[in-house]
Design a protein around this ligand. Structure first.
Ligand code: CMC
Length: 433
């Protein structure tokens, strides 16, 4: 990682005329940052940035997004190249270890992750405590947090080996836990993982095979699944990743931190958008209704937003959405599915991209716009969409968590505030209120 001073900003308090020098830290690519760490001590003021639109919360060497150009790099590699040429576990190796693996490293890494795919048998009792109609994200929040009650030997965050084992466990067990949530909801028996299968294949097997029949793996679908995992693997300091880092900054164990990330991912403005897109497309129903929904999305008095559109960082086409759109066509063609929702989505995209409201605000389709259509065609129920996002993003969360714990400058995350509540006042006893 490079971080050197490249100059400074001078900030003048116009009330007192006093000036302060704020050092600038150098990014390897993209915006440099103004270092405000000593700002409060020097000026008795905080900085104010709700939603962190201009604030860097950490130093990271994992992922870089150029939102204006629509570029996403993991450790310097373009997402399009990784999606076209790598397996998900190679990308996981890249994120965790800093580089793509060579053949030997790949074999070892694949083995190290795959070795941990089974979950403690007693965990299945947890599932039985949930209602059958529980949302699988609700189940996932619970069972991932519960992992910390089962794997005590990998919760010591100060032990490098324990950190690595916890990382392998989380990446390996997440597909197993996700598939169990689905099987529980439909009343089918849980499938044990098969370690002779690849990461995505194993997940499809645990999701869709039943003990009574042979499961025939469709390699094209397995590839599409793997690609979808790659596209969701990491995405810089988004809400869920920041949640994981913040939870981790207190010294909480990694399983608890990832459970916190899952909770944050669930919302429709973040990972819940893929589910919301499909609900929206179903609600629109027909091309003739698109104009009405575009008008709703533009109406400030209407809470409706065009789901799968817009992004805090991308002010250009999300590069993941491009790959996802291609994948969508491919999967539908292979499966021989003629889903009218795809046609509807493409028409909606076309109309939105010509509308000045969306053009002026640089609102483009994001990764979630087409992923739901792919997943639906593959047989996933809508409620599992965000779960799949969580499975893939666990790799990014774990890599970011490790990076934050290993950062020598790590401190507990503790934002400040602009307080606008009452000033101190005398206490009023109950009978006088
Ligand atoms: N439909 C209609 N208007 C929108 C939309 C949308 N999807 N997204 C943003 N806008 C408008 C917004 O009303 C605002 O307009 P104005 O300037 O007139 O007030 C302007 O665009 C800027 O929006 P913002 O809310 O300030 O932008 P943000 O960076 O805070 O929010 C977002 C980003 C992704 C939460 C938002 O675009 C959104 O809610 N999109 C729909 C949900 C979605 O698809 N989320 C998935 C994100 S990608 C997957 C992931 O990484 O989680």
């Amino acid at each position: 990682m490079t971080k050197s001073n490249t100059g400074s900003f001078t900030l003048t308090d116009n009330q007192t005329g006093k000036s302060y020098d704020l050092p600038v830290l150098h990014a390897s690519v993209g915006p440099n940052v103004v270092d405000v760490r000593k700002f409060y001590a020097q000026t008795d003021h905080f900085t104010y940035d709700p939603g962190f639109t201009s604030t860097g919360s950490c130093e990271s060497g994992l992922t870089y997004i150029d939102g204006d150009k629509g570029i996403l790099l993991h450790r310097g590699y373009r997402i399009e190249d990784l999606a076209a040429n790598c397996s998900f576990l190679e990308v996981a190796h890249l994120l965790l270890n800093g580089d793509l693996p060579n053949k030997e490293q790949k074999a070892k890494f694949d083995h190290d992750v795959t070795y941990h795919t089974m979950v403690h048998e007693q965990l299945s009792n947890f599932y039985r405590g949930f209602r059958r109609d529980a949302h699988p994200m609700a189940i996932l929040c619970g069972v991932v947090g519960a992992l910390s009650a089962f794997y005590h030997d990998s919760t010591d965050i100060n032990d490098e080996h324990a950190r690595m084992v916890a990382s392998f466990r989380l990446i390996a067990k997440m597909p197993t836990l996700a598939a169990m949530a689905y099987k529980y909801s439909i009343g089918q028996p849980f499938n044990y993982p098969k370690n002779n299968l690849g990461y995505a294949e194993n997940f499809l097997h645990m999701m869709f095979s039943v003990p009574a029949e042979e499961y025939e793996m469709n390699p094209v679908l397995a590839k599409a699944m793997d690609r979808l995992f790659i596209l969701h693997a990491d995405h810089e300091q988004n809400a869920s990743t920041s949640t994981v880092r913040l939870a981790g900054s207190s010294g909480a164990n990694p399983f608890a931190c990832i459970a916190a990330g899952i909770a944050s991912l669930w919302g429709p403005a973040h990972g819940g958008a893929n589910e919301a897109v499909l609900t929206m497309l179903n609600e629109i129903g027909h091309k003739d209704n698109i104009k009405e929904y575009i008008a709703k999305a533009k109406d400030k008095d209407d809470p409706f937003r065009l789901m799968g559109f817009g992004h805090r960082v991308y002010k250009n086409y999300d590069p993941r959405a491009k790959v996802m759109q291609e994948s969508c066509h491919e999967v539908l063609e292979i499966l021989g599915v003629d889903d009218p929702l795809l046609e509807l989505a493409m028409e909606l995209e076309k109309i939105a991209l010509e509308d000045p409201y969306f053009v002026d605000r640089k609102l483009f389709p994001n990764v979630d716009f087409y992923s739901g259509i792919v997943l639906k065609a593959m047989g996933f129920p809508t409620s599992m969409f965000t779960v799949l996002f969580a499975v893939a993003r666990t790799t990014g969360w774990v890599a970011q968590w490790k990076e934050s714990i290993e950062d020598p400058q790590a401190k507990i995350g503790r934002p400040r505030q602009l307080y606008t509540g009452p000033t101190e006042r005398p206490f009023v006893p109950l009978d006088k209120r």
